[in-house]
Design a protein. Structure first.
Length: 504
């Protein structure tokens, strides 16, 4: 944020959207001090306060406060900046007098070099003010600012400065938090360990982001070895993994943008998203697009901005969007059902995907690609698009090995080649479900599962490929020539097979 530049340029109306009121006010005060501007602050509880002289004028109504500004803004000597806290709560009441008064004050402020700054957690302006007030980005704190917070915690606890490696790990773990949230996480680490432990900070960040409800930190414990098949896709990820290093950046190599994985439900697309973060060695954020859309006017757009701000603060990272077609399917509508909210959010997301500079690698999965708008699929949004089909016999055998080992049994105790042949057209998710069913049956009889239990469980399972054969055929037809095959072998005879290992 370069607030000083806007003030020097004579912008009469600015808006800062942030939950960090104290940090935002400190930035505003610093900008006013550097430009020798008089700063005043208004709130409905304190009234209008002259921050230099400490003089307070009681005026809980914003209309009263704006009236006081008439005389203050009448001349250009000295120049004033007035901070209005939580004005959105009053704008929500659709008061035409307040809107008109703001426009009048902005015109006077423009003529004489003064400025109004709106500060709050959200902002949805009425049409009359949309072109009068400029949004100024207020990013989450970076490592430098968080370092000041960390030093303050260490000093207050009477601890010596931690070594450089521990300090860097703690600051990286705190990226994406506000200064208050980071301060709490650092303080909790001091209480629990008598020092700074980046794992505690990361744990608290995960809890905080999950509580916010938009994005959550997912522990990336999955590796590419947990995926059966998908040789081409795994090779692509391995070759891109080094592109986030400092060496790659120094050589001028642009960071990869993202990956779109389309395919049949249950074929392991979500597992691949988790494994991507492990392969890259980056933190994994999961975004539920359904939660982005809010009921309050302007909330959806604000939620998307918050998600982008968080992801870019944590970057480099992997942002996983599961079943993305469900979130953006409404963007193709005329806007008659949601007032165009889906289209606006979709457009903002596309613009960010195209123009983002921070290393945020987006992994999106989709089952029904027909619901995605065409502009979403073109090159430039994602680096590559892969199609994940059903696993073939060889891949099903790999999946059986992985599933059996995952549940604490030895794959060598079972003939996985025979099992693979017996479960033709099964997805990885269905293979695991069959083995879990066999485990339950064996446990009920007080013994270990036998091949007979597994084969019997197969007879009770109707593969999804049979239930939606028409849709799968259409998806394969669409993917031909549009998406890369995820598997390393694609013989026509194996068309009823192809892929992977876990629930999508």
């Amino acid at each position: 944020m370069n607030l000083s530049t806007y003030l020097r340029a004579g912008y009469p109306g600015l808006a800062l959207i942030s939950s960090e009121e104290a940090r935002a006010e400190a930035e505003i005060a610093a900008a006013c001090a550097s430009l020798k501007r008089n700063l005043h602050a208004w709130s409905s509880t304190e009234g209008l306060v002259d921050t230099k002289e400490g003089r307070v004028t009681a005026c809980p109504d914003p209309l009263e406060a704006l009236q006081l500004l008439d005389g203050m803004f009448a001349s250009d000597n000295p120049r004033h900046v007035v901070l209005l806290r939580d004005l959105q709560l009053h704008l929500d009441q659709s008061d035409p007098m307040l809107v008109r008064r703001i426009r009048d004050i902005l015109r006077i402020a423009k003529a004489n070099g003064h400025a109004l700054i709106l500060l709050g957690c959200r902002l949805k302006l009425p049409p009359e003010l949309e072109h009068e007030i400029t949004h100024v980005d207020f990013s989450l704190p970076g490592p430098e600012r968080l370092g000041v917070v960390l030093d303050g915690i260490l000093k207050s606890a009477g601890l010596k400065t931690v070594n450089a490696a521990l300090r860097e790990a703690a600051l990286q773990s705190a990226l994406g938090l506000t200064t208050t949230e980071a301060e709490n996480a650092f303080a909790l680490s001091v209480v629990e360990t008598k020092g700074i432990d980046h794992r505690i900070v990361a744990r608290e960040k995960a809890r905080t982001l999950k509580r916010n409800g938009l994005v959550e930190v997912v522990e990336a414990t999955t590796s590419l070895d947990d995926i059966g098949g998908l040789g081409l896709l795994k090779d692509w990820l391995v070759r891109r993994g080094g592109a986030f290093s400092a060496c790659a950046k120094a050589s001028g190599l642009p960071a990869p943008k993202g990956l779109l994985i389309v395919g049949i439900p249950g074929t392991g697309k979500s597992l691949t998203a988790k494994a991507t973060a492990g392969a890259f060695g980056l933190p994994l954020l999961r975004l539920d697009m359904g939660r982005v859309f809010g009921g309050i006017v302007g909330q959806s757009e604000a939620n998307l901005r918050s998600v982008i701000q968080t992801a870019e603060a944590i970057a480099p990272c992997v942002l996983w969007i599961d079943e993305i077609e469900k979130g953006f399917s409404g963007s193709k509508s005329s806007g008659s059902t949601d007032g165009g909210t889906s289209s606006r959010v979709f457009g903002s997301f596309l613009s960010w995907m195209q123009e983002k500079e921070k290393p945020v690698f987006v992994v999106a999965t989709a089952n029904d690609v027909s619901k995605l708008p065409p502009e979403f699929l073109r090159k430039g949004r994602f680096d590559e698009m892969f199609f994940v089909d059903l696993p073939d016999a060889l891949e099903r055998a790999q999946i059986w090995d992985i599933v059996i080992a995952r549940h604490g049994r030895k794959p060598t105790d079972f003939d996985t080649v025979v099992l693979a042949r017996a479960c033709e057209q099964f997805t990885g998710a269905e293979i695991e479900a069959v083995f879990i069913d066999a485990l339950h049956e064996a446990y009920a009889d007080g013994r270990e599962p036998r091949p007979k239990d597994i084969l019997e469980a197969m007879t009770h399972t109707v593969p999804l490929a049979q239930l939606m054969d028409g849709q799968i055929a259409a998806l394969r037809h669409w993917a031909k020539g549009r998406a890369r095959e995820a598997a390393s072998h694609a013989a026509p005879a194996a068309r009823n097979g192809r892929r992977m290992t876990e629930v999508n």
